[in-house]
Design a protein around this ligand. Structure first.
Ligand SMILES: [Zn+2]
Length: 90
């Protein structure tokens, strides 16, 4: 009945990514981490600004503490990124 074998033209395009010298896998992870922290900082800064606007001093001081901590995080993740780039030469 049915002559059922269909042949598919085999045009499979495989794109090989050559490791870009600019951003290795590890560097991309470290960069993403720095960016995540920077975004967190900007959210905290906005929240602090609002707290100041509404004169809620407790919230303001609390957020300020978090900003200090987050800046510490950022310093560390930036340091890790720089160190990786030095050691890896990427
Ligand atoms: Zn690297």
């Amino acid at each position: 009945m049915g002559s059922g074998v269909q042949r598919k033209g085999g045009d499979v395009a495989t794109i090989k990514s050559m490791g870009s010298p600019q951003a290795c896998q590890r560097q991309q992870e470290l960069l993403a981490e720095v960016q995540r922290i920077l975004l967190k900082l900007s959210e905290l800064a906005r929240a602090e600004s609002k707290a100041m606007e509404s004169r809620s001093e407790n919230a303001w001081l609390e957020i300020d503490k978090q900003i200090e901590l987050t800046i510490g995080e950022k310093e560390r993740s930036m340091g890790a990124l720089k160190q990786h780039r030095d050691e890896h030469g990427c």
